[in-house]
Structures are given as C-alpha cells and as structure tokens.
Design a protein around this ligand. Sequence first.
Ligand code: GLC
Length: 753
Amino acid sequence: MIARILILLSGVLILASCQSDSTRRNTADAQIEKRIDELISRMTVEEKIGQTNQLTVYGTTEELCEKIRNGEIGSLLNVVDPADINTLQRAAVEQSRLGIPLLIARDVIHGFRTVFPIPLGQAATFDPALVEQGARIAAIEASAAGIRWTFSPMLDISRDPRWGRIAESAGEDPCLTSAMGAAMVKGYQGEGADDPTSVAACAKHFVGYGASESGRDYNSTNLTERQLRNVYLPPFEQAVRSGAMTLMTSFNDNDGIPSTGNRFLLEEVLRNEWGFDGMVVTDWNSAGEMVSHGFAADTKDAAMKAINAGVDMDMMSHVFSLHLEDLIDEGTVDEQRLDEAVRNILRVKFRLGLFENPYIDTARIARVTYAPEHLEAARRTAEESAVLLRNEGGILPLDASALRSVLVAGPMADAPAEQLGTWTFDGEPDHTVTPLAAIRAAYGDRLRIGYNPVAAYSREKVTAAKLAAFTAQAASYDAILLFVGEEAILSGEAHCLADLNLQGSQSELIAAARRSGKPVVTVVMAGRPLTIARDLANTDALLYSFHPGTMGGPALIDLIFGNAVPSGKLPVTFPVATGQIPIYYARNMTGRPAAGNELLLDEIPVGAGQTSLGCTSYHLDAGFGPLFPFGFGLSYTTFKYADLQLDKETYLPTETIRASCRLTNTGKRTATEVVQLYVRDRVGSTVRPVKELKAFDRITLEPGQSRTVEFELPAEDLAFWGLDMQKRVEPGTFDLWIAGDSQSGNSVTFTIN
Ligand code: GLC
C-alpha cells in the first residue's frame, strides 16, 4: 500500500476534512457517528468508492443488482416502482458484503403524482406554510413509491426569464427564495428524517446558475464574491440552517471555476462557514463536464478536482468509479477525503433510517396518491399562485347569473399535460382538471359553454381565415375566456428563449377575440414571465398562472367567477421587452437614474441634433421601468395603506426595528393582501440596492375592515458584505416601506448608529 502522504498541489489544497470531530458530533447524532466509524473501518477502498457513485437506472434489473451486490453503487435515480425498488434494495441490504442500503432519488420538483404549480407559481403565493404543505404531500406520495431523496428545492436566484429554468425557481428575490426554500426543506424532511415519509431535500444548484449569461442554459456566470454573498448564497445558507440534508453543485462555471470543482464554495463556505454536515452531489455528469469546460485535462483530473473540492457523490459521470482508486494509490487524493465523502453519504442514509427500514410497503402508494386533501392543497396553491395583472372596468369576477353563454378558447384551455408544467415526470395528465373541464362541471348546467382551441398547441400558427371565423363565433357569446401561454416543453432545463412574446398566433388570437366586441378574459399559463405588453390592450382582464398543475382548472374557474379572490403577487419582474433583461427591482440606483420623463423613440424629433437625450439610464424603445414590478398583483378589492410608523427613529445594530401600518380593505369583497416590507440602505461602503424585500405577510380583511400590520425586523437583517468583504450592519440612514408591491407606497426613515 503506497504510503499515503498529503501532497500540496499548486492551487489545489487537499484537505482531509474541514469539519472538526466536535462539529460533527454537535451537528449529527453521536450514535450515528459511531455507526459510521464502525462501518467505515470495515469498508474496502472499492466499497467506499461505490458509495460515491450515483447512477440512473438502466439495463436489466439483474445487471444493476450485480453491480449493487458488488458494492459499486451508492444511489440510484429514476426508478419509481416500489416493487423494483425493493428488489434493488434487497440486493444491497441482503446480498452485498456490508448491506449498506441504496439511496433512491428522483426529481420531485413540484409534486409527485399530485402536481402542484411550478415553483415559480408557488412563490407567487408568498405563502410559505402552504408551500411547506405541498412539499410534505409530495414527500408522502414520493416516499410511498420508495423515493427518499428529492432534487429540490431549486434555489437559484433567477432574474432572466429567457432562462427556461426560472420555472423551477422562486424568482428574483433572496428573501422570498429563502422563505420558500426553507418551507420546502421542512415539508420534504418532515418532523424527523427517519420518518418513512421523510424525503431528503437537496438545495440546488449551488451556486449562481440563474445568472447564466444571456439566459442561455449551462452558460458561464460572472458573479463577484460580493454578489454571491449578498444575493445568490443566502437562500442556500437558509436551507442549510433549515436542515437540508444535501446540496447539488451547479453546471455553470463562475468566474472561470465550475461549481463542481470550486473548493471555496464547497469547503470554505459550505463546510467551514455554515457547518454543513450533509452530503454534496454533483449535477448530472457535471464532474465529467469539467473536461469540456477546460477546467480538467481528462476525466481522471476531473475526478481529482471534484473530490478535492468537496464533492461527495458523483451523479452519472462515472469519474469516481473509474479513477478514485488510482488517484488514492498515487497519493493524489488522500483516502481521508474519500472517507469524509463516505461519512457524509452514510450520515444521510443513517438519518433517513434506511438501515432500519430499507424496504417499502408496496401497497402504500395506492392509498396516498391523489388523496382528496392532496388535490385540495394543489387546488388552493394554484388559486393563491394566480396573479391578476389587469382588470379593466372590474370585468372580473364574471357574474354567472348575468351571463347566458361563454366561449372557452385557446390552446391551453384543455391541455392536461401542458398545464402541469416542466419537471413533471410522475404527474399523470389524465388526472389533470383543465379549465374547460372545470367550467363544464361547475357551470355546464346554466351556461351555454362553447369551446374552440383555435390553435392545437401554443406554437401553432393559424390562418387569418381561422382567426376571422373565431371572431365571428366569439361575437355570438356573452364573454370570451382565452387560455394561452406555453407548452410545458418550452419551459425548464435547456429550454431557453431569445424572444419572450407569446408563441405562434396567440397574440393574434387575443386580438381576434377583441374584434368580437365581447368582454375578453385572458389567462396565461406559462413557465416564465412573457412579454405581453402588446397583448394587454386586447384583453379586458389578464390572469397569470405559472403552469398551475393538476388542479389548475378548478382554481382558475373559481377565480374567474368570483368563488375565490386573486391574492398572488409576482415573484419576478415582467419586462416590457426582452431587451430590458436583466431587469429586477433590487437594482442599483446608478449615477444617472432615469427620471421617468425621458423621450421615447417616437417622441424624439426627426433630425435632432447630437445630444445625450435624457442623460439617464434607460432604453429609447422601452423606457426604464418594467411592465409589472416584483410583488405586484391586483385583487377584486382595493387596499389602503396608512399610518406607516416605526417604534423609534434610531437603532443600534443589535436592536429590532418595529414597523407598522394600518391596512384597510376599501372594496366590496373579502380578500387577502400580501403586505411587503422593503428597506433601502441609502449609503454603504459599497452601493446598495434601491430596495430589498425583508419581510412579508398575508393579511385577509373583510370589506371595510382595518388592521394594524406589524413587522419586527432585526437590524442584523440589514447586514451585507461590504467593501472589506465582511458581513456587518453599517451605520447610516435607511428608508422603509410597507406596501403592496416593490414600486408603490410611502416610506419612513430611520438611522442605525
Ligand atoms: C438535471 C438537472 C438537475 C436534476 C438532475 C437529475 O440535469 O440539472 O436539476 O436534479 O439532472 O435529474
């Protein structure tokens, strides 16, 4: 056995472990650590390497069982049949030398069988308790299939709707994303990880992936450490603090370093600063792809860089199983690093109770999937996730008693698979309740309901004749309900768009409906913000539903006919035009902020002399502001914010700011408002955003009812990583808003000494 020595490779410091025993003991059950120590002491290097190897199910069950019996596999993904899982698990537990159970994983991103709105839609609820319930239900259904690890929550801050994966995110804001991520972690992992319905969460993609240049997936990112620390890392830190058992490295190279080989992230930040004692898995083949990045010379170099950066498990690149033994024999990788990786993996398996309960009761899945309470939770989430963006003349809610007929139209009106959205591997479209099915069930006995998709799918281009015929048909109905948007496949991983206008002839379809002269209600079902500015003039009302899942139909019909009131708020900014991207509310002021009165393209005099026009920061053809700001959403009532006040004018960094305002429902319907608290640090050692969300709450009021809404904001929540790259609350003057979105409301000022 070649003497193993610690070798200092230039630029790659190989550390056996950055977790002191005491940290491990403090954060993990000492009993589990003892069992890990005992098991590791009996493992061969080959068996240790086997634990670091994650494969997707392939070939025949017998082929897989053979590799499992030999101790070559630690985890499998994409097997969802409980009987198959038991067979594979038996090979590990009863037929391998050490009987270490497999960790069975799956992308359960927004539900398993019962599909909830895509995470971007869930974020629009601003309702962490509801999102936690959804994750709990996903865990109950997935664990019934034998899945005990999900690759969720996705916590990538996403400020670029060209990027298809914005659908899986909680949007652009670190505070909202942190709240949603913590809720999902708690929901997935439940009361105790060893509960058979508990599923290990996986905070992904660590880190910065949402800033992929040009919104093109897998592209490079160029975030400074300060941006990482102030914007992109906080949701992951919150997930770790919430007990997330695993993390996944991201595909992107940031500042030239692929995350899968970034020791600063995986050891310095994750282990040393945050004390994370769970397991780090790579994204699919991202270890091997470091060769393509040009960061590793070959797969052996990639294996060395991944394991030494702090990766514990390799998803599907095989580099660990191919090269780790040689790397250890050569002394390029210290076996202690391998031991640490195996400890982290075994710790997850012990915590999940897999050694005690490795098998699944195959009868359980039939009992739990599509349970009525699951479907109701999915419906309620779809209802709360819908955002009312336009309601001219208060056309919504429709009064069914005042109507005789309604024409339901558009390619998304009865599209059960598209409605489920991206990353829906196990949702079953035949369980989807579409808007067409929902309106027929609820109003078929009293309304003449017509149906015309006009286009078979969102991208289909239809003829002018077909649109004209639709206009004529629509004129014979009392109201038109249009359902447009995106097919699910146009959203999600690797599905990025350079143009965000509605696909196909959908904008023409909305215009054709307008020409009927009848009231038009448009529902957009999509996986991202779309540039709908040109469509707004052609619809009286517009409801935005981020792919709402299994129960999207009943939720939307309830909202349209007033059985429910919209409360959703935008988790991401809607641009006027794609060219404005990236556009987000927590922007910097710049030295020349737009005044809002700048000349736009058509206002510039012909032959104008060479000037710098407004001398401010804006686009001649799109202006400065968004179409709809972060946090925006209308209701069927109106709310008044008044009496904004603080308990003091000056605070110490260790104190708590108590802010309150008087919220009144000034309309005619009981409704829920998402009240948002924003802060601005006017002057910092580095430039600070014009606003940052720091808290929010859902407040339900009856017509005429008022309530004093109170927030307690620890001053330490205003800390940021400043010029000296230390996180601290800097003294100075701050503005504070409590409002219904990121652009409205009055502010009060306070100072921190
Ligand atoms: C994919 C995704 C990741 C997912 C993994 C397993 O490429 O990037 O989010 O969890 O592979 O399917």
